[in-house]
Design a protein around this ligand. Structure first.
Ligand SMILES: Nc1ncnc2c1ncn2[C@@H]1O[C@H](COP(=O)(O)OP(=O)(O)O)[C@@H](O)[C@H]1O
Ligand SMILES: [Mg+2]
Length: 165
């Protein structure tokens, strides 16, 4: 936890401030809560305008399921804002829980697609994720390409402990 705060102020020697965060572990251990703290830090550290309002609302957090459903409902237009081209950080909650969705008959994993695109754009925007998956489960689910790049995109952090739910 101390490292996480050092990471946010870019003072951590263990966590790379140029990468995002992948928080993994069992349910109820506080991963989504940490994601919200990172979001609030982002919001309050971006300064205020001349009238005293905070300049940015912090990056969005969406569940992987919500993102997949946006694709089902609206197609590529529904998910283009998550591809990282806009340079805005994104929190993806509960990666791995999303349904595999079909679009125009071709079945593709939307989170896999978004991770590929955000990998390409990783220098302009970070990605923060929570998941119940183990790191070794990424390859069978999202393919070798994504699995190989996880460590380049993320500080991979295990959140252990008993469920607090
Ligand atoms: N450090 C903590 N101490 C006590 N309760 C916590 C702590 N972190 C999270 N919680 C609570 O535990 C529950 C589960 O946290 P959550 O962040 O949703 O877990 P996860 O995303 O890992 O499943 C929530 O009700 C949250 O408010
Ligand atoms: Mg959660």
């Amino acid at each position: 936890m101390n490292e996480l705060f050092l990471y946010l102020i870019k003072g951590s020697e263990k966590l790379d401030g140029n990468k995002g965060l992948l928080l993994y572990g069992p349910v109820g251990t506080g991963k989504s809560t940490i994601l919200k703290i990172v979001q609030l830090y982002d919001r309050y550290s971006n300064g205020k305008d001349e009238t005293g309002y905070y300049l940015s609302g912090g990056f969005p957090i969406e569940s992987a399921t919500f993102i997949s459903n946006q694709y089902t409902r609206k197609g590529v237009d529904g998910i283009s804002k998550y591809d990282g081209l806009n340079g805005i950080a994104l929190g993806i909650d509960e990666v791995g829980k999303e349904p595999r969705v079909k679009y125009f008959g071709s079945e593709m994993d939307i989170i896999q697609y978004i991770l590929q695109s955000r990998y390409d754009n990783r220098r302009i925007c970070k990605t923060f994720m929570t998941t119940n998956m183990q790191p070794e489960e990424f390859e069978p689910k999202y393919g070798e390409y994504i699995a190989d790049r996880i460590n380049e995109m993320f500080n991979v952090i295990e959140i252990k402990g008993k469920s607090r739910r």
